[in-house]
Design a binder for this molecule. Structure first.
Ligand SMILES: Cc1ncc(COP(=O)(O)O)c(C=O)c1O
Length: 461
């Protein structure tokens, strides 16, 4: 059979609210045209994020009931620890309440003022946590990543030439770690090849710099390697994942992505002395090292999720879902990042609204209109998110103005995606009537979460 089906049956359902266009118009205006400030109950199809929004399995829910809530040394901790160790292979596991807490602890014990941390593309919380400590977060994606139309199979790769130059320019002593994000969320959800991970690992080792993987979507990345990189077709996603991490010294992980959990995260390292310093900081802000800010039931859910996500029928269906939308948008002529990434569809808002310049936030305008017209919540990944230098207060256009439609795992069906396609086709048809936006108020750090916007010209579609 050629049809790729959802490899599960639905056992519990959650109703969604069907709002009218007029209702959404009022609700979005009241939220200052910031979709983060909407009530979830007012959203029809919520593609704001794939983070913490997965549907858990019957096994995951059963694990929740097995949760051991003992303060220290709970059974849940050992089940969690064994699953993380089995999948990732690192010596030390430090549990945290989510990914950014792992980042804060890792950078808190390693990054000093003036240090430089390279990444293929830093996610917004990694960038903000490094910059908060006075470090410089530098993005060095491969050249192919700059071309949203290129079908290069590993556009998440890091530019190894630029990495070598960066190490020569700043010196290993000023680089507390090299990081790479799999898949590259802010760079279009594109995968990183094994060859690239191996190359980064070699450079890191040669200079004595630790190499960390931001592992949120490690299983999707592993499956892309299986499908696209020569020599991996007959290897299991699990083996490929282990090989990916064998090139690194540690990782940060948000379990809200590829562990199907609604909350949770962890930090891994092979360095015992570093792990001790991390645990000391963990006790100060997260909790005892056998729970680290999570309930025992969350630890158990993650242990199940980490094994489940490596099921290849699931991964095949997962990558087919985003590919389905991207292929149809391409056929309609809608500018969209290609090839399809793992967890999300990225519209090229700068080309979609080519008459709206970056300082008028085309991504924000497009995401607001999509919600207003069809109740679909997405997120701007562009000049609103990355355009402001928090140190100088200066604004510059981001590399891209994208709108991300993130697909929660196992939550929506193909007919939901067909509805999204119909809505996008309609907005695309009326794009010339849309104007740009301006920011009315915003904080300096992570402004996209709370900024308020107004239309420069009332969107007339
Ligand atoms: C690549 C990447 N790194 C880190 C994080 C932060 O994880 P969390 O939201 O659990 O703090 C995210 C979250 O979306 C992410 O996508």
């Amino acid at each position: 059979m050629k049809t790729i089906i959802e490899p599960f049956r639905i056992k519990a359902v959650e109703p969604i609210t069907l709002t009218t266009r007029e209702e959404r118009h009022r609700l979005i205006a009241a939220a200052g045209n910031n979709l983060f400030l909407l009530k979830a109950e007012d959203v029809l199809i919520d593609l704001l994020t794939d983070s913490g929004t997965s549907a858990m399995s019957a096994e995951g829910w059963a694990a929740i009931m097995r949760g051991d809530e003992s303060y220290a040394g709970a059974r849940s901790w050992y089940r969690f620890h064994d699953a993380v160790h089995e999948v990732f292979g690192f010596e030390h596991v430090v549990p945290t309440h989510q990914g950014r807490a792992a980042e804060r602890i890792l950078f808190g014990v390693t990054v000093k003022e003036g240090n430089v941390v390279p990444n293929n593309t830093h996610f917004d919380t990694t960038r903000a946590n490094i910059e908060y400590l006075g470090g410089k977060a530098v993005d060095i994606p491969c050249p192919e990543a700059a071309d949203l139309d290129s079908d290069f199979p590993f556009k998440g790769n890091m530019d190894l030439e630029k990495l070598r130059e960066l190490v020569d320019r700043h010196g290993a002593a000023n680089i507390p770690m090299i990081m790479v994000t799999v898949t590259n969320n802010s760079g279009g959800g594109q995968p990183v090849s094994m060859a690239n991970l191996r190359g980064i690992g070699e450079i890191a080792k040669r200079h004595g710099i630790p190499f960390y993987i931001d592992a949120c979507r490690f299983a999707e990345n592993a499956y892309f390697i299986k499908r696209r990189e020569s020599g991996y077709a007959d290897r299991s996603a699990r083996e490929i994942a282990r090989e990916m991490f064998s090139h690194a010294d540690g990782c940060t992980m948000s379990a809200k992505k590829d562990a199907f959990a609604n909350i949770g995260g962890f930090l891994c390292t092979n360095d015992a002395e570093l792990a001790t310093r991390e645990r000391n900081l963990l006790i100060l802000t997260e909790g005892f090292p056998t729970y680290g800010g999570m309930a025992g039931r969350d630890l158990d859910a993650i242990a199940v999720g980490l094994r489940e996500v490596l099921d290849e029928h699931y991964l095949e269906y997962r990558l087919a879902s985003t590919r389905y939308v991207v292929d149809r948008l391409t056929a309609l002529g809608v500018p969209v990042a290609r090839p399809a990434g793992g967890h999300a569809i990225y519209l090229d808002a700068r080309r979609f609204l080519s008459h709206v310049p970056p300082h008028q936030y085309p991504g924000q305008a497009l995401s607001v209109v999509l919600d207003r017209e069809a109740g679909i919540r997405s997120v701007e990944i562009g000049t609103v998110m990355f355009g402001l230098d928090p140190n100088t207060g200066e604004e510059r256009p981001a590399r891209f103005d994208l709108v991300r439609l993130a697909v929660p795992r196992r939550v929506y069906t193909q007919s939901h995606m067909d509805y999204v396609l119909e809505a996008l086709a309609e907005v695309w048809k009326n794009r010339e009537r849309l104007g740009g936006m301006r920011i009315v108020e915003a904080p300096r750090v992570l402004r996209h979460f709370t900024a308020r916007f107004e239309w420069l010209k009332e969107a007339g579609s």
